[in-house]
Design a protein around this ligand. Structure first.
Ligand code: HEM
Length: 325
């Protein structure tokens, strides 16, 4: 209890200090209207950064965050072992993969103090690719199957399209997607509806930026609301409803939408978009080619509300049966 009170007092002090600091700093902002109320202000407050910057010893307090740090440390240890194996087997005339190419570049630039090809960057880049590229796709798939359990009529229509376009004698391939507008629409609708990364990833402006009548001073942390696009009522009427029709025209052709930005947009758009879209199409069609999904409860009782919404939107746990077709 005493520890809890100490923590509450420390937290209150930190928040007060940060509020004071921001009020104080406001006078130094470039001239212009107050930054955008939500993005510019509330989201500039990164509690984690504030806590760790001011109070690094929080790291040592008990709590589930330690599990996360432990896992990340283990993952980095694993990556370091792999890099070591690559160093031992490296043949500069016959690089085998990303790590080999990176190691060669590191060797070439070893005298350049400004080089980005460092061991730290190699490890964090591999970690970044793995962390950004695994749970995103698997969570989308997990959420997608739940939505298909809830909407068996949608699953049945996808299966009908699979039967017509692919059949049962071969595996699905990427060329099939352009001939499967309904399945394409279902995949887009899954990604739209689940809104996997509602506030994208955080970015920081590297210089003062004028956006409409707002000023974002250099260093402002920006979080873009992807929800505002994916749940735009004009673009997707009745956005709270899971409806593949959001991506189909009257003739049943696939209808592209500029609001579909589940992978973000611009210079920092997800580098794995093509891979992820390919994985989602091939995995879903392969499953439905061979199995019919059966829920353990009545579809109308299936709750598709996310179990957690933080940086990501996570589906609730559920059980299902795969019935061979
Ligand atoms: C359904 C699957 C996926 C979704 C919805 C998704 C979405 C996103 C989004 C919204 C971003 C942030 C873009 C920005 O900063 O503006 C991002 C970044 C990124 N994604 Fe994906 N992604 C998916 C799968 C993948 C896959 C399969 C890979 C790679 C193998 C990947 C690699 C990355 C990387 C490396 C970044 C940049 C991270 C950084 O800036 O540090 N993603 N992704």
């Amino acid at each position: 209890m005493a520890l809890f009170i100490v923590l509450v007092v420390c937290l209150s002090c930190l928040i007060l200090f940060s509020l004071w600091n921001r009020r104080h700093a406001k006078g130094k902002l470039p001239p212009g209207p107050t930054p955008l109320p939500i993005i510019g202000n509330i989201l500039q407050l990164d509690i984690k950064d504030i806590l760790y910057n001011f109070f690094p010893s929080l790291h040592y307090f008990p709590g589930s965050h330690n599990e996360l740090f432990k896992n990340i440390a283990n993952q980095k240890k694993f990556i370091m072992e792999k890099v070591k194996e690559h160093q031992e087997s490296l043949d500069i005339n016959n690089p085998q993969d990303f790590i080999d190419y990176f190691l060669i570049k590191m060797e070439k630039e070893k005298h350049n103090k400004q080089s980005d090809f460092t061991m730290d960057n190699l490890i964090i880049t591999i970690w970044d690719l793995f962390s950004a590229g695994t749970e995103t796709t698997s969570t989308t798939m997990k959420y997608g199957l739940l939505l298909l359990l809830k909407h068996p009529e949608v699953s049945a229509k996808v299966q009908e399209e699979i039967e017509r376009v692919i059949g049962r004698d071969r595996s699905p391939c990427m060329q099939d997607r352009s001939r499967m507008p309904y399945t394409d629409a279902v995949l887009h609708e899954i990604q739209r509806y689940i809104n996997l990364l509602p506030i994208n990833l955080p970015h920081t402006v590297t210089q003062d930026v004028k956006f409409r009548e707002y000023i974002f001073p250099k260093g402002t942390e920006i979080m873009v609301s992807l929800t505002s696009l994916l749940y735009d009522e004009k673009e997707f009427p009745n956005p709270q409803k899971f409806d593949p029709g959001h991506f189909l025209d009257e003739s049943g052709n696939f209808k592209k939408s500029d609001h579909f930005m589940a992978f973000s947009a611009g210079k920092r758009v997800c580098v794995g978009e093509g891979l992820a879209r390919m994985e989602l199409f091939l995995i879903l069609t392969s499953i439905l080619q061979h199995f019919t999904l059966k829920p353990l409860i009545d579809p109308k009782d299936i709750d598709t509300t996310p179990s957690t919404i933080g940086l990501g939107s996570i589906p609730p746990s559920y059980e299902l049966c795969f019935i061979p077709v």
